[in-house]
Design a protein around this ligand. Structure first.
Ligand code: AMP
Ligand code: FES
Ligand code: ZN
Length: 300
């Protein structure tokens, strides 16, 4: 197999692009996919500082690496979920990455903000761990960005993540979620920062290859609560389709973004208010995060 660009021996075949690359040309390809995403959706500007939410996994650390290389002013944000050894190790990976590159890392702790770590939140709410966890992550990312003066948060969601989320939403026809699914969410309120996903054009296999070639030390284990999650089943189904028909994931996601998503966007947007307790954005009087923290406190 020869590199499509230079004719040298290729190390990676990308069937959905009908291409194969040697290591240096793959790195160029990868960075170009990120810069294309940024340009197409006006995700970032060179002047603005960007807060990169890092979990210690391959995707978010690969993203941080590319953004640093591209000259963006970045800081990392690690949210300590308090999930036993998994959190201890993933935090250490983020700290080592930041220290090696001399870039700042902000660390926030869910247990401090909510009153208990994710495993306890799960017990109290009796809901899947990912629901309290996801809610806390979104809330704390926005809060940290506002507190530290970042107009935008970037996350490491990749093509596989986005296609699986889309499949999950379609299977239940969650029209609200379909309206919100986008590589770039604008700020619709002064207290809501922009959220962008510059890796949405790249597959999990590609971010793993990038992290490997760039010698990024990341946590390989998944969160222990992820086992058996429906999102993993959705990923497996899509990967099987991809094997049979390369480009299936890409066509599913990109077709939705280009052709179907506009149909789900609401004619009149929801009215956003400020939570009367914490001041962050909500559609009600008290935000879901403050309600969660109340529930945790009551049970203590
Ligand atoms: P996940 O929801 O675990 O698939 O993660 C999706 C993205 O959310 C990651 O690529 C990160 O950008 C961000 N993220 C996940 N977990 C954390 C964390 N503990 N701290 C900061 N960002 C996170
Ligand atoms: Fe949130 Fe696993 S990362 S429950
Ligand atoms: Zn609140």
């Amino acid at each position: 197999m020869k590199c499509t660009k230079c004719g040298d021996t290729a190390t990676l075949e990308l069937r959905r692009h009908n291409a194969a690359f040697c290591a240096p040309d793959f790195l160029v390809f990868f960075r170009r996919q990120v810069t294309t995403a940024v340009r197409k959706h006006r995700m970032l500007t060179p002047e603005e500082p960007v807060l990169v939410a890092v979990s210690g996994g391959k995707d978010s650390l690969a993203l941080w690496d590319v953004l640093i290389e591209e000259g963006y002013r970045t800081s990392g944000l690690y949210l300590d979920l308090g999930i036993f050894e998994y959190s201890v190790e993933s935090k250490a990976k983020c700290e080592a990455f930041a220290a090696a590159r001399g870039v700042p890392l902000i660390v926030d702790t869910v247990a401090e903000a909510v009153g208990a770590p994710v495993p306890v939140i799960q017990r109290v709410t009796r809901r899947p761990p990912c629901s309290g966890c996801g809610l806390s992550k979104r809330y704390l990312m926005n809060r940290a960005a506002l507190a530290h003066g970042f107009p935008v948060v970037a996350t490491g969601h990749n093509l596989d993540d986005e296609a699986a989320t889309l499949l999950g939403s379609v299977l239940q026809w969650q029209t609200d979620a379909l309206a919100r699914q986008s590589p770039a969410l604008p700020s619709t309120h002064p207290k809501l920062v922009r959220r962008v996903k510059p890796l949405y054009r790249l597959s999990e296999r590609e971010t793993a290859a990038y992290a490997f070639l760039r010698r990024i030390d990341y946590i390989v284990e998944e969160c222990p609560f992820a086992r058996g999650a429906t999102s993993i089943a959705h990923k497996e189904i899509l990967s099987r389709m991809e094997d049979v028909s390369p480009g299936a994931k890409h066509n599913f996601l990109f077709g939705f973004l280009e052709k179907a998503r506009p149909a789900f966007e609401r004619a009149e947007g929801v009215v956003l208010k400020e939570c009367e307790r914490c001041g962050q954005v909500t559609t009600g009087t008290v935000c879901a995060f403050c309600k969660l923290a109340d529930q945790v406190k009551r049970s203590a």
